[in-house]
Design a binder for this molecule. Structure first.
Ligand SMILES: Cc1ncc(COP(=O)(O)O)c(C=O)c1O
Length: 394
């Protein structure tokens, strides 16, 4: 077309999805290994997949279902939320993944022009969801330089000082891209600050089961809190597209407004995918934690590969599937480093600038089996050693 004149400014001014750029980079490179995309290497539980095979001919699978989700899946999720997450006053809507859940919530709670709060480094898709719905006043708060935890004192001040008060604050726990988890006391403090200011708190719990070294994930609940969850990583169901929203049952009108959004995007999440989600829940969370346990080996392998960056450069990895690393001072052009690592060393990472932090990279350790992870880590280590000693020579 040659001109952006006819396209919506909301979308034109939204960032280009970093994953799309990375996929192009992978397609354009020879023999690259990806430590970029946030994926896991396992498939859904076998018994659950076997059961799905049996139901493809059931007419209900090919019809629309209830907008909110299959009643039996929602019932199972309410039980799961109560027993595992101690969320007892939450209602459930099933969505086509946690990303759609996030967009549903932004459309339900925010008006174009509202201000919202995130913390650096932030999850790129969340940032884009705000941008493309017209919520362009995105205040990005600092993380603690050591722990990367959201800075609660900054939040308290900014919610008091900004007029009108920011509508919504969002955090990911444990974090993408940081791989750090938010300790229970800090999460409660963030919740109290939001409640006192009259802001919503939206917590993305996509990696709730991805906790290492004995740490425990926790949730907060309240009439100002929305939690979102995903089946994608936990049950290896990325392509099946199932997530869900736990929203406060007591807030009048919430369900009715949320339903309008849902009815105009997926109508309902794919029925066969919802059935697989239900069969997977029947297999149980122990199955997930068994898969997650094994990832510690990959984390160690990648930590070792990042050693050339020096002490203090690598953070995260307490939860989720990510490590977060600072590049040497003179390499703030992180996308250049990512392209060079792909071209010269055959390994792909995510540039930190996509998460609001130039000069950093995100490394995912969930997508490769141990042997492939070892191979990718050797390439990464060699590349980083070269970067540190001689820079990007060719
Ligand atoms: C924090 C976070 N939220 C949401 C998503 C998207 O998950 P889903 O596949 O359920 O849409 C991801 C995927 O990487 C994620 O890391």
């Amino acid at each position: 077309m040659g001109s952006y004149g006819m396209l919506a400014r909301r979308v034109v001014q939204t960032e280009t999805p970093v994953m799309v750029q990375i996929q192009e980079l992978i397609r354009g490179s020879k023999d690259v290994m990806s430590l970029a995309q946030g994926v896991v290497h396992w498939l859904p539980p076998k018994p659950a997949l076997e059961k799905v095979k049996e139901i493809v001919w059931e007419p209900s699978v090919s019809r629309y279902g209830a907008d909110e989700g299959l009643p039996e899946l929602r019932e199972a999720l309410v039980k799961k939320l109560r027993e595992e997450n101690q969320l007892c006053k939450s209602s459930v809507m099933v969505t086509a993944g946690a990303n759609q859940a996030f967009v549903n919530i932004v459309l339900t709670l925010c008006d174009a022009g509202d201000s919202v709060v995130m913390f650096a480094p932030y999850y790129f898709n969340a940032y884009m969801s705000f941008q493309m719905t017209g919520v362009t006043n995105i205040l990005v708060g600092p993380g603690n330089p050591e722990t990367l935890h959201p800075d609660a004192d900054w939040l308290k001040r900014i919610l008091q000082e900004t007029k009108p008060t920011p509508k919504l604050v969002t955090v990911v726990n444990p974090g993408n891209p940081s791989g750090t988890y938010i300790p229970d006391a800090l999460l409660k403090r963030l919740s109290d600050i939001c409640r006192d200011a009259g802001s919503w708190l939206l917590v993305d719990n996509t990696y709730e089961y991805f906790m290492f070294d004995g740490r425990k994930h926790s949730c907060v609940e309240g009439n100002h809190i929305v939690n979102i969850f995903s089946f994608s990583k936990a049950y290896g169901m990325m392509g099946w597209r199932v997530g869900y929203i736990a929203y406060p049952s007591e807030v009048e009108g919430f369900a009715a407004q949320l339903l309008k959004v849902q009815d105009n995007i997926p109508i309902c999440a794919s029925i066969i995918s919802q059935r697989l989600a239900l069969f997977s829940l029947e297999v149980g969370p122990e199955w997930v934690t068994d898969q997650v346990k094994e990832l510690v080996k990959n984390r160690t392998i990648i930590q070792e590969a990042l050693a050339p960056l020096g002490e203090g450069a690598v953070k995260g990895g307490e939860g989720a599937i990510y490590l977060w690393a600072k590049l040497p001072e003179k390499h703030t052009e992180d996308f250049e480093v990512v392209r060079w690592l792909a071209r010269k060393h055959g390994v792909v990472l995510i540039p930190g600038s996509a998460c609001g932090c130039p000069g950093h990279v995100r490394i995912s350790f969930g997508g490769l089996l141990e042997n492939d992870c070892l191979l990718a880590s050797k390439r990464l280590k060699k590349g980083l050693e070269e970067l540190v000693t001689s820079g990007m020579l060719e």
